[in-house]
Ligand binder design. Structure first.
Ligand code: ATP
Ligand code: MG
Length: 170
């Protein structure tokens, strides 16, 4: 079962607000895979998400460290797989431990982690719109744990959200 929702953003602030809106649906063991090219807005989205969960530190792409854990509730581990050489490097990050201990894992260049987490994740895709500041953000719920939340997510993202899938789109 798959379901989706799509929302447009015209600014960095709106993208942060979308991240914040999704944050409130996150719980222990959740994986969010962010898919989109350089500068598409993945880190901006994570800034809103982490701030909404009480994060006080600035959020940047953890490009050189691969992963950074924020003291949020639930704790968010922010991963950037841009420089990933081999899937084993993701395995070595021991994200399973974070998930088992009640954490949330949010992955930039998340397509690289699909072999591990793609079947049970929220996949958030960032595409460019007509102007430099426009983006289309598509969220796809994968696995029963996420499909049961997609209707609520759509509602939280507001009336401009287009839906497709099984949960009765607007
Ligand atoms: N609607 C928008 N949403 C998000 N960012 C926007 C938007 N419009 C313009 N921007 C700009 O696009 C850039 C997005 O950068 P960001 O670091 O979030 O991208 P990224 O996808 O994480 O890139 P990278 O792959 O390099 O990590 C920022 O400079 C931001 O100001
Ligand atoms: Mg980034």
């Amino acid at each position: 079962m798959e379901s989706q929702a799509t929302v447009s953003t015209a600014s960095e602030e709106q993208t942060r607000a979308i991240g914040a809106g999704i944050a409130h649906f996150l719980g222990a063991g959740d994986v969010v895979l962010l898919v989109g090219s350089l500068g598409a807005g993945k880190t901006t989205f994570v800034q809103g998400l982490v701030a909404a969960l009480g994060g006080r530190e600035p959020v940047t792409s953890p490009t050189f460290m691969l992963a950074h854990k924020y003291r949020t509730a639930p704790p968010v581990t922010h991963v950037d797989l841009w420089r990933l050489g081999h899937l084993q490097e993701v395995v070595d990050l021991a994200l399973e431990e974070e998930l088992d201990e009640g954490g949330v894992v949010v992955v930039e260049w998340g397509e690289a982690a699909e072999p591990l987490y793609g079947a049970d994740a929220l996949v958030v895709r960032f595409d460019w719109g007509r102007s430099d500041d426009e983006r289309t953000i598509s969220i796809e719920a994968r696995g029963a744990c996420w499909t049961s939340r997609i209707a609520g997510l759509r509602e939280a993202l507001g009336p401009g959200t287009a839906g497709a899938g099984t949960e009765g789109a607007a």
